[in-house]
Design a protein around this ligand. Structure first.
Ligand SMILES: Nc1ncnc2c1ncn2[C@@H]1O[C@H](COP(=O)(O)OP(=O)(O)OP(=O)(O)O)[C@@H](O)[C@H]1O
Ligand SMILES: [Mg+2]
Ligand SMILES: [Zn+2]
Length: 476
């Protein structure tokens, strides 16, 4: 488990006995920062970026916030010395496996903060003023008052005690392995008190996907996905599958155009608990391509075969076809498919794009798009057979171009797609290839013309801006 490295002496929160000094220090520290904290929180709430659970009536809202308050109190009392280190501010997320709170890092200055990407900015201090008149008119003797640092925020992820210890350990260990990776949320530290574990992560400002995805232009999509694929490249280069790529696990701030991948609760190492699958066998692949393998219908009257077991963890609507076919040798390509679903969502302006209740429905949705012919070949790759008499599943399916045109209410004429959209659709097809071996990798994706969009012009733009600055300096 990662330990937070102190600047001066080593300190371990587990061994802290709760003391009045803790409480007193916490209160004074909280008072000190209150004005700035509230300002930032107000802005976020006004933007509607971080809505907390909202009830249907005022009474319900009061009830909910009392609950949240009680939970926060309990959490602060679970760990000795917690109040001394963090000031919980509000609940920012409630997922299947955890509740996440925003908190102020009260002891930021006592620790090594190499995880903090903003820390360089903080180092800048304005030059001392020659004279600084006070409100009463007296001079303060040539020095500006000491600048107060902006409060530093963290996200406190309280993992539900019902999660298995191995699962909790797995999440923390993978996060630790991935520290320092581009666009991946690092872990600062973690605490445990009996069965309760909390992970402390840097807080990332982000907006709700539903609030911005409809307004995204194609270049906006390229910037968003470049950040997501940079994270995937890092994760995959460590041979780790995230398994739960979806908009709520990619925290994106449209204002700064930066994103960060979170939630490694379902992540696993490639090859873990794997059995060889035909999809990795070159001969099976060739035979299928040349239709040498005859897929015949029929069902055994008494099926004595053991049930097929494979990891199907993930979120409905984002699961790759090989996950649905229970492939026993899944690879990092499952994340690429899910990232493709995000792009399809944005291009079609429909969220959620896939809306299945279970894996069978999910398969029907995918088969409707790709058609039964291609879907049967995809099933064959993993030693499965697919037979259907569902009337909406045609033999050839639909094209992504047609789907995007239809879902954005623009006729059927492909001429109506812009060049940028065509490029995005070309990229989409590479991400949503039914065959995981042919699907694009994160590394290759970052070289694709779509994800390169805007990069050249921004470099040129940068040098132009620098030249402008130089001109300004010359003028002075
Ligand atoms: N570092 C962070 N900074 C800001 N907000 C965060 C951070 N980590 C998590 N959150 C918020 O908390 C939510 C839930 O976090 P996370 O996905 O890690 O938990 P989870 O219980 O696995 O969720 P789910 O089951 O919904 O996927 C996120 O969608 C996000 O809104
Ligand atoms: Mg999540
Ligand atoms: Zn397979």
């Amino acid at each position: 488990m990662p330990a937070r490295r102190p600047r001066a002496e080593s300190f371990c929160i587990h061994e802290d006995a709760p003391s009045t000094a803790d409480t007193e220090m916490n209160e004074s520290a909280a008072l000190q920062h209150d004005d700035e904290v509230d300002r930032e929180d107000d802005v976020e709430d006004a933007d509607g970026q971080e809505s907390e659970c909202s009830g249907s009536s005022e009474e319900e809202t009061a009830e909910t916030s009392r609950h949240i308050q009680d939970d926060m109190e309990r959490l602060q009392d679970t760990f000795a010395g917690f109040r001394h280190k963090y000031r919980l501010i509000k609940r920012i997320g409630e997922g299947t496996f955890s509740t996440v709170y925003k908190a102020e890092d009260l002891q930021y200055d006592s620790y090594d903060n190499s995880w903090d990407l903003d820390r360089e900015v903080e180092k800048w201090t304005p030059p001392p003023l020659r004279s600084f008149p006070s409100r009463s008119g007296a001079s303060l003797g040539g020095h500006a008052p000491p600048r107060r640092r902006r409060p530093k925020y963290v996200a406190v992820k309280k993992i539900y005690v019902t999660s298995s210890p191995s699962r909790i350990y797995n999440e923390l260990e993978l996060l630790f392995d991935l520290r320092g990776c581009e666009s991946v949320c690092p872990i600062i530290t973690a605490f445990r008190a009996t069965d309760q574990v909390v992970a402390i992560l840097p807080y990332f400002r982000h907006a709700d996907f539903r609030e911005y995805f409809r307004e995204m232009t194609v270049p906006d999509m390229a910037i968003y996905l470049r950040s997501l694929f940079a994270a995937l490249r890092s994760v995959h280069s460590h041979n780790i599958l995230h398994r739960d790529i979806k908009p709520t696990n990619f925290l994106y701030d449209p204002a700064s155009r930066q994103g960060v991948l979170v939630d490694f609760g379902l992540a696993e190492r490639e090859g873990y608990d794997c059995k060889p699958c035909a999809c990795h066998d070159q001969r099976t692949r060739e035979a299928l391509r040349h239709r040498k393998i005859q897929i015949e219908g029929g069902y055994p009257r008494e099926d004595t075969r053991p049930a097929r077991r494979a990891n199907r963890a993930g979120t409905r609507g984002f699961r790759a076809p090989e996950v649905l076919f229970k492939c026993t040798e899944q690879t990092t390509k499952i994340d690429i498919w899910s990232a493709g679903v995000i792009l399809l969502t944005i291009l079609s302006r429909r969220f959620p794009f896939f809306n299945s209740a279970d894996d069978v429905e999910a398969m029907v949705e995918i088969a409707t798009i790709f058609g039964s012919r291609r879907m049967q070949v995809a099933a064959g790759l993993h030693g499965c057979m697919l037979e259907t008499s569902i009337p909406t599943i045609g033999k050839s399916g639909f094209s992504f171009e047609g789907i995007v045109l239809w879902s954005t209410s623009r006729g059927t004429d492909k001429e109506e797609l812009s060049d940028d959209e065509r490029l995005a659709l070309d990229f989409l097809k590479r991400c949503m290839d039914l065959d995981p071996s042919r699907r694009i990798s994160a590394e290759q994706a970052l070289q694709h013309e779509f994800l390169q969009m805007g990069l050249e012009s921004s470099v040129e733009g940068g040098s132009e801006a620098e030249e402008d600055d130089e001109m300004d300096m010359l003028k002075v």
